[in-house]
Design a protein around this ligand. Sequence first.
Ligand code: C2E
Ligand code: CA
Ligand code: CA
Length: 751
Amino acid sequence: MKIIKSRYNQRINVIFALTLVIGVVFSSLVYWRGVEVSSMTNELITEEIPNYELLRSLANNMTEQERILYEYYADDETERLDEFQDMVLATNELIERLVREFGDIQPLMKTQEASNSINEIGLEFGENMAKNPTDWPLARVQLKEITRIREEALPQIGLLLAITGDSVLKSENLILNDLEQVRFFVIGYGVLTLIIAYIVAKAFKAYLSSSATSQRLALFPMRNPNPVISIDNKNSVTYRNPASDKLLTRLEMSLEQVSELLAPDLKEYQINVLSSENKTSESFQFKIKAFEFECELHWHEDQQQWDLHLTDITDRKKAEYELNFLAFHNPETELRNQYQLARDVDELYASDTNFTLGLFEIRSFSQLIAGRGIDTATQVTKEVSKSLEQITMAMCPNDCCIYHIGEKSFAFLTTIYLNNESIHRLVADMNKKIAGTAFSCQSQVQLDYGFSLAPEHGSSYTDILKNARTALDTSARNDDIEQILFNPELGARLEYEQQLISDMREAIEEEGFELYFQPQLSLKSKKIIGAEVLIRWNNKGKWISPGEFIPLAESSGLIVKLGDWILRTACIKALKLIEAGLEDLVVAVNISPKQFGRSDFLDKVRTVLEETGLPPRNLELEITEGVIIYNEEETIETLTSLKNLGVMLAIDDFGTGYSSLSYLKKFDIDKLKIDQSFVRHIQTEQADESIVRTIIDLGRNLHLKLIAEGVEEIEQLEILKSLGCDEIQGYFFSKPLPENAFVDFVSDHKE
Ligand code: C2E
Ligand code: CA
Ligand code: CA
């Protein structure tokens, strides 16, 4: 900065000196010319112009003298003579003065002579005029003589005037010339001054702006909102800017504690900089109290000094953390998400650690959303997540983690290598906890489970997750808690099921299914009052049980198309049976929850009845309690509309579904089908008998018909009869039969 300043001083001094020299030269020139003009003007004024004036007065006087005499001649007034004599005196005085000025030059001498003659003749003329009588002719001669003399003298005065006028003109020209030069000098000096002023102003402006820049640069650390600290090579603080003071205050530290703003491991970074050849700076992050800073460390070799620029990155770090949190956590439950699971599992594989992976899924979640709305469903996932955390934390507080990996899906990861027994214990605990929790959906929530063990069941995240899912899907589909731990057979099973689904798809297109009829018997009238339609599938020569393919049809969505086919075919066949003479026969068709849950289900039933012409009262729809659990209102609406169509409604597998029985009052149902699991051991198990008895009592109270299914033994039939059951269905009476066999059976039974 100093260098810049002295350079400018030098320049300004040169300009100043130059301006001074030029100024002096110009001023001297102007002065010298001024003096010259003044002396010339003086001469002109004091000498030449008065002479000129004297000559003009002389000429005038002479003319005046002549005029006075002529007037005297004309008016004969004697005072004219006095006037004339005054003039003579004045004229003589003028001539004397002129002689003193010009000397006795010829024209002046001649003029003096003429003047003397005029005076002389004039006086003679006066005497003549005073005579009485006046000699008038003489007077006229005298006057003429005077005129002649004056006229002869005039050129001499003209000559003198010309001489004087010439010198005046010359002097004037000289003065004007000199004045012109002065003007030129003044203008020149003015222009030069302007140019110099312009140069000086420009130089000054450049100086000002450069000095402002350097001043600003000097103020940079002062105004820098971030702390700047300089330290010497012994790490003692030599400078700190105001922002550093502010920071100390914010950190509730005294100004003397400035050295605490240096990172604890500063030395390491300094060594880094000093030991590398072309490195002069280093950037690193460190913490002071709860604040995080980024420090840029600069080494100034020439000054043997370090500069540290600190930036408070606490907020940025927080934002980064939040972003990171969002990327790896579920925003609803704040549990770690599927990406975090993948990272953690990969890490376990990388460190050759054995682990157990569990998958938990909320059952019938889509129905929960449809029935209770997405907000309640989300709330339920939060409640489930809390329960899961509590149980797993109680089990292995330091070594397990719950993840929320999908809308309804959770994962459980522990490095404890669980065996089959401990997995079942864990699941039992979870079910207990879940069953005891009051959820916002106000109904029971159930979970499906699947587990896999690493490395036994997979050597990558994808494999281990896929296998846990296989276990979960298999267990859920078969409602079999025994299948929650993966085993290689389950994998094979999955493949088989995939194949079956694809075969099923083909069979639907090619109508490869058949419908069987299982007769239902009225215990009172001993008559066949109806038949349950049961689907049969011979896939490539092998009978596949509906217990196997119906769940697959449901999970793959094929059930909708298949269900449509069953309903239509069942109606067509039922009409045939009615037309064959079984007018009162009621054909019971199983309706899957997925089928029932479709918004167009009611229309489909109506259309099928219309198109096939089957009287509605000959059709019974078997639905399970599963359709009712969540979307109660919609279910009521659909069931009421179905009832209004005239079809019969039965609750299938009654007693196995949901504990709440209150729904029964809300629907207009015709029949309860007591599940075969209660019938199976009714003759031996007191509990089963009690349950059946309760169901029958309940049905009675609600004026519902009761049918028991799976009746195989006469003893079972007897008990059911004694308990007041209305109808039975089961192998004891008849297995499900193909259409023709059923017709034969019915006609045989009549006899
Ligand atoms: P479900 O609706 O409970 O059907 C009764 C099941 O019990 C039938 O098995 C039937 O053959 C069997 N059964 C009848 N009497 C006895 C008996 O005395 N002892 C024993 N042990 N079993 C008896 P199926 O035909 O294998 O059907 C199994 C399940 O598949 C059905 O259970 C039903 O849920 C489903 N299903 C069958 N056909 C259809 C259908 O057309 N549509 C739908 N959606 N599901 C169907
Ligand atoms: Ca059924
Ligand atoms: Ca059943």
